[in-house]
Design a protein around this ligand. Sequence first.
Ligand SMILES: Cc1cc2nc3c(=O)[nH]c(=O)nc-3n(C[C@H](O)[C@H](O)[C@H](O)COP(=O)(O)OP(=O)(O)OC[C@H]3O[C@@H](n4cnc5c(N)ncnc54)[C@H](O)[C@@H]3O)c2cc1C
Length: 448
Amino acid sequence: MKESRTIKDVVDNQLCTGCGLCVSESDGIRSMKWNEDGFLVPDIINVINDNSIKVCPFNPAPDEDVRDEDRLSKLFLSDSDKKDFKIGRYIGTYVGFSEQHRTSSSSGGIATYIFEQLLKNNHAQHLFIVKEVNGTYEYQLFSDFRQINKISKTRYLPVTLEKLFEIIDKLDGKIGVSGVACFIKAIRLKQHYYPELKEKIAFLVGIICGGLKSKLYTDFLVQNVGIKGDYSNQEYRIKDFYGSASGYGFGAYDAQEVLHTMKMSKVGDMWGTGLFKSNACDFCDDVTTELADISLGDAWINPYRKDGRGASIIITRSLLADELIKSGMKNGELKANLLAKEEVIRSQAASFRHRQQASKFRIDQNIRNKELTPYKRSRFFQNIPVEYKIVQKERRVVRALSIELWKKTKSLQEYNQKMDVFKRRLKKKTLIYSKIQKIRRVLKIKTL
Ligand SMILES: Cc1cc2nc3c(=O)[nH]c(=O)nc-3n(C[C@H](O)[C@H](O)[C@H](O)COP(=O)(O)OP(=O)(O)OC[C@H]3O[C@@H](n4cnc5c(N)ncnc54)[C@H](O)[C@@H]3O)c2cc1C
């Protein structure tokens, strides 16, 4: 018999990414609140017969028929005629950008373009997307395609779908939603248990995600641009049109509304190292938002990454999604072309290695430490070489420490002083791992 768990177990074990779907199951008893680690989590009040775990994307004991992305994609994406071990079900894989939205978007502006088309062509009458409100960013309802540029750009700040199901109940018409993998999975679970929502939530735009960052990450970046006190309207992806795609910058406004900016290269690798990342993200093996109608990410491959104006990798998984991309290509609104799925995979190679290939190692660690683990797809389980195990161990230490130390110091100088030694240690171990992998390649021994 499977052991039943509650949302409290998920939150207590740092396995919550703040989607807020459990709030929609709580009859108004719960709400989302900021925790001291800088994440949004449900305010846990023990509810008798609480079954809200059924819509939690990190449920350790899900119902068999919806236990993972493979089962869910079979239920929801039956139009997908192809299947790949790493990216899941799909119809087409592309690369490109929107002529109109590229420069004001994070990557190729495809998310903004798709949302515009959904509204213009009446596939949906409303969007639930992340947009500025009072100087910060939150999910909110949006319906005016003439102002579509206001919804562009990805925000590396915790957000929550908490209000979506409150709104839906009172809303006429269909809705399109953007979300990272765990949020999209939560919506699919909700649609499964409440089938009337399948029509109502008509389209899901998946934002390919390398890990959710704590709000402390933004506080850290803000101090790096030289702001000491309050800040607002932070920009996470300021493009360098004449440089490379990865040469983007960060900026924020201080209390006097002066904009401070910096290149992200000033703070070093913030993604591969897992700094300020949610612990739960180490237990997500869905690299390309496998349950969305369309999945969008950065084209981190040549020649696209050389172009600072940005380009998107695109995976279509429903007929409507594929039709929107193809018609955009035909009428010239999109400059895009087919891209071999192997190239799409290559553009997210590091994420596949960490999230899928090393998932067994982290789960084994959890089991040894008697820590709760979400249900995960065993088809990804594999043994990894010792040099990568060492990197994995160190990443988990650095991730947790980055949050603990910022909480304690809240000062950039002190934080950097204390964190530096751990960052250097991780860098060294990563370098050794890369060198051994290179040697393996030369000797034609299996690599990751
Ligand atoms: C936390 C996070 C991690 C990411 N990690 C990776 C990665 O590892 N690899 C990769 O290739 N790409 C990653 N991305 C995606 C990348 O930043 C771009 O968002 C994506 O390529 C879409 O670009 P676009 O130009 O088409 O989007 P745009 O046209 O700029 O539109 C972005 C859309 O996303 C919505 N949005 C903004 N912030 C959020 C949010 N936090 N959650 C949900 N929706 C949001 C906006 O409302 C808008 O509709 C990440 C994004 C996020 C939020």
